[in-house]
Design a protein around this ligand. Sequence first.
Ligand SMILES: O=C(O)C1=C[C@@H](OP(=O)(O)O)[C@@H](O)[C@H](O)C1
Ligand SMILES: C=C(OP(=O)(O)O)C(=O)O
Length: 445
Amino acid sequence: MRSARPRRAVDTGRWPAPLANEPVHATVRVPGSKSETNRALVLAALADGPSRITGGLDARDTRLMRAGLRTLGVRIDDDGDSWQVTPPANGFVGSGEIDCGLAGTVMRFLPAVAALGTGEVRFTGDEEALRRPMGPLLDALSDMGAGVEADGDTLPVRIAGRTNLPGGPINLDSSTSSQYLSAVLLVGARCADGLDVRHVGGTLPSRPHVQMTVEMLRQRGVRIEQPEPDRWVVHPGPIAARDSVVEPDLSNAAAFLAAALITQGQVTVPDWPERTNQPGDLARDVFAAFGASVERTADGLVVRGGRRLNGVDLDLSAASELTPVVAALAAVAHDTSHLRGIGHIRGHETDRLAALEAELNNLGSHTRQTEDGLVIHPRVLHGGEWHTYADHRMAHAGALLGLLVDDVTLDEIGCTSKTLPEFPLLWAQMLSDSDDWSDGRREGV
Ligand SMILES: O=C(O)C1=C[C@@H](OP(=O)(O)O)[C@@H](O)[C@H](O)C1
Ligand SMILES: C=C(OP(=O)(O)O)C(=O)O
């Protein structure tokens, strides 16, 4: 049954970033994790029966995932806050085109699913998506026995599936994105010979995301071993259907928590999980390094900004999604910051190292790219246009600086719909809660 839930209006176009008149004091509840939602959808589609997903994120990336799975023959019934996913009775029946938008999880995970089906599927996406790397995944799928046709190492690609995809031993260089590795792990159990995959090449980024894949597979009865740090063995067998509840998106939460640091205020995010594989959880350590107080309470995770923001020296390889928000904080800190281990984010929604260098410097910062990161020398910033490059996290970074710096305007806010269509609304609510809090405080004095 489809819900009659009204569609949210999505803000698009230019967006003057609101200035914080007071330290931000707010509680912000963020919707479900993109990474967990899209894994839960894929695993439900691969499972041996119907599964229900509750609290899944409803945003562009997860809509594209649902649309793509439907193209492959999966039935998804949307019932308000939860979705019932029914795998196709006779295997995936792909013939047609799947739009990946700008979603890394869609463009990497679904070709692996299509490799198990009959027919040929064409994958395409936004203009920016056509620059994101795919080569190592395409080589891996071909080594596993799928038919792969592409002009180069990027979208568009055609995948011709096989119902008895062999799988077996493969080498895969996942140093430019952990998503290739997650993609093959997700389908490994459904291959005739299972999968024995070795990561070969430079450093594997985003290890918590790989661990998220492994644990979600294990929760569904898949036998998966890691005999060496960079080798995973997935035994062939069914993936058990399982109902699941999605955690809040901690990387999206980080943008709101960072508002406490930049304004010396306090932000609470309810339902912060005790234990999680989301790399956004590393924001707790990152914010502490900047000098904030970070505390788990019965109300959620509470972050309080300190009197000054320290410069930081951080390897963000495990949690590179946090880079734009961290870079924004670093730009207004007291000392120079070094962000390392994030060369691969040149292949994210945009080249994030180049984008951050250009946009921070445009506001008066002294920021420079290195081979694998950024060096950010704080300066007094001034207003200006902040280009978002269709990148939701660039928008978060611009909004954050706009709290402190007068006259920052984002050229396009609609890109936040990728993982958080309600970003402008939640940001405005956070500020109006803060005004209420400071009015109450004044009255109370
Ligand atoms: O598997 C996932 O859900 C993700 C893995 C990471 O990709 P990279 O390894 O390409 O950084 C992360 O940045 C992305 O936002 C989501
Ligand atoms: C890199 C990101 O997204 P994607 O899933 O498209 O790779 C991100 O959300 O920061």
